[in-house]
Design a protein around this ligand. Structure first.
Ligand code: SF4
Length: 429
C-alpha cells in the first residue's frame, strides 16, 4: 500500500495567480457538432437531428466512423440552395422531416434539433421550431434545441450547449428532499458504474448522473442538490444548475488517481463522510491505479509536452501528467480558462507553468517549433503537418472518445500519451 497516493487537499500555489498569455486570432478546432458522437451513445433514447449543410453531415459521419449497418441516432437535415436562397419554407420542410423520422423510429423519446453555422446564417429559429414540434409530439417525444455551430465555439462546448438545453426541463426536487449528489458531464457507462459503486461504499447515494442513460430518467434538482462536474467544459450548464438552486462542489476533475481522490473527497466532505472512511474505501482502487501508472512513468517521466488549445481538458490532463507521471509542461494552452471551475486544478500545477488562453495558431506554432517538445497535444488539423515536421503528436479527439476518468482508467489515460512516444522510438530504430 506504500505506493498509494494520499488524498491531500490542494494547497494553493503561485500558479493560481500566474499570468496567462491571452491570444486572439485564427483557430484550428472542430465545432460543437462533434459532441453528438459521445452524447448519442450516452442518452440511449435520444436522437440528434443536425439542421445543417453537407459539410456538417460529413463532419459527423467522419467523426463517428461510418455507421451504415446500425440505425444511427443522429442525422442531418440538409439545408440546400433553395433554403439558402429563401425559396423554400425551411420550417415546413423541417416539420416534414421530423414527422417522417418520428413515425419511422417509435423508440425515440427525446429529439434534439442541433443548429449549425448554415442554420444560423439563414436565421432559422430552432427554438421556436422545437416548441412547435414539442407541442405537436408531446407527451410521446420531447423536442429541444441547441447550437453546435462552430462560429464561436470549440468542440466540447457542444456538450455544454446540449446539457444547458436540458436544465430547464429537469424536474424540481421536493422541498423536504434530503441532500443529493449529482454528477454532471457525460461519462462512459463503465466509468459511471465504477463511481456508483464507490459512492455506495461511501454511503453516499443514490447518486444521479446528468445526462442520464435514458431521457425519461432526468434527475430532479433543487437547493438540496450538490453537484460535481465530471468535465471541465460545462460552464453554461453549471451556471443554469446554480440558477435553479443547486450548489457546485469545488474540486479537481476525476483524471488520474490524485484528481479522482480529491473529486470523491469533495463529495464526501459535502455529504458529511469522514476522511478516514474515504481513505479506506478508495485505498484498493488507488493502489491498483498507482501500480498501473508505474508502468508508464518510465516512458513519460521527464518528457516535455506542449498543449494546443482544443478541448478545455488541457489543464486537468497537464496536472495529471506533471504530478503523477513526471512530465514537463512546456505550454498548456486552453481555448478558455474558467478560473472558478479550474481553481483547484490551477493550484496543483507546477509553479511557473506557462498557460495560454485562446489561440493565434501561427504564433503558437512558432513557439512550439522553437521549444521542440517531445510530444504535442493538438487537434487533427494540426497533427498531420506537425508529424510531417518530425514531431510526435496526440490527437485531442481521442481523449473525449475514450473512457479516461476514474481510478481504473488512469493508466489508460497515461497510455494515450506513452503510445505515440513508443511508436516514434520504434520508427527511429
Ligand atoms: S456547424 Fe459550422 S463548423 Fe460545424 S461542420 Fe457545420 S458548417 Fe462546419
Amino acid at each position: 500500500m506504500s505506493a498509494v497516493i494520499p488524498i491531500q487537499n490542494a494547497a494553493p500555489q503561485a500558479c493560481a495567480d500566474m499570468p496567462v498569455l491571452r491570444e486572439r486570432g485564427q483557430r484550428e478546432v472542430f465545432c460543437g457538432l462533434t459532441g453528438i458522437i459521445w452524447l448519442h451513445r450516452k442518452i440511449q433514447d435520444a436522437f440528434f437531428l443536425v439542421v445543417g449543410s453537407r459539410t456538417c453531415a460529413h463532419l459527423i459521419q467522419s467523426a463517428a466512423g461510418v455507421m451504415i449497418f446500425a440505425e444511427p441516432r443522429f442525422a442531418t437535415a440538409i439545408i440546400d440552395e433553395r433554403d439558402l436562397a429563401g425559396l423554400a419554407d425551411a420550417n415546413a420542410e423541417l416539420d416534414r422531416v421530423v414527422a417522417r423520422l418520428l413515425e419511422r423510429r417509435p423508440e425515440i423519446k427525446m429529439l434534439f434539433l442541433v443548429g449549425s453555422c448554415p442554420s444560423e446564417v439563414i436565421k432559422l429559429d430552432l427554438s421556436r421550431a422545437a416548441s412547435r414540434l414539442s407541442a405537436h409530439f408531446s407527451p410521446r417525444v420531447r423536442v429541444l434545441n441547441y447550437s453546435g455551430s462552430g462560429i464561436e465555439t470549440t468542440f466540447t462546448q457542444g456538450e455544454d450547449a446540449c446539457l444547458a438545453s436540458l436544465v430547464p426541463v429537469l424536474p424540481t426536487a421536493p422541498a423536504d428532499a434530503p441532500a443529493q449528489l449529482l454528477v454532471v458531464g457525460t461519462l462512459a457507462d463503465v466509468v459511471e458504474d465504477q463511481f456508483t459503486r464507490l459512492f455506495q461504499q461511501l454511503g453516499i447515494g443514490p447518486v444521479q448522473f446528468f445526462p442520464p442513460r435514458r431521457s425519461t430518467d432526468l434527475p430532479a434538482i433543487g437547493p438540496q442538490t450538490r453537484f460535481l462536474l465530471a468535465q471541465p467544459f460545462l460552464a453554461d450548464t453549471a451556471r443554469l444548475l446554480e440558477s435553479r438552486g443547486a450548489t457546485r462542489l469545488a474540486a479537481p476533475f476525476p483524471l488520474g488517481a490524485e484528481g479522482t481522490s480529491l473529486w470523491m473527497q469533495a463529495a464526501a466532505d459535502a455529504m458529511g463522510v469522514p476522511q478516514d472512511h474515504v481513505e479506506q474505501v478508495t485505498a484498493p482502487a488507488r493502489a491498483r491505479s498507482s501500480a498501473a501508472l508505474a508502468r508508464h512513468r518510465s516512458q513519460l517521466e521527464g518528457k516535455r509536452i506542449f498543449f494546443f488549445p482544443d478541448s478545455q481538458l488541457e489543464v486537468p490532463i497537464a496536472r495529471f501528467l506533471a504530478r503523477e507521471l513526471g512530465m514537463q509542461l512546456v505550454e498548456v494552452g486552453s481555448p478558455y480558462l474558467h478560473r472558478q471551475h479550474l481553481a483547484a486544478e490551477l493550484a496543483l500545477l507546477p509553479p511557473g507553468t506557462q498557460l495560454s488562453e485562446g489561440q493565434h495558431v501561427e504564433k503558437q506554432l512558432d513557439r512550439c517549433r522553437a521549444a521542440a517538445p517531445d510530444i504535442v497535444v493538438c487537434g487533427l488539423g494540426l497533427a498531420n503537418p506537425l508529424e510531417a515536421e518530425g514531431m510526435t503528436t496526440k490527437w485531442v479527439i481521442e481523449l473525449v472518445f475514450t473512457p479516461i476518468q476514474g481510478f481504473e482508467q488512469a493508466a489508460d489515460l497515461a497510455e494515450l500519451f506513452a503510445r505515440p512516444l513508443v511508436r516514434r522510438l520504434r520508427l527511429a530504430v
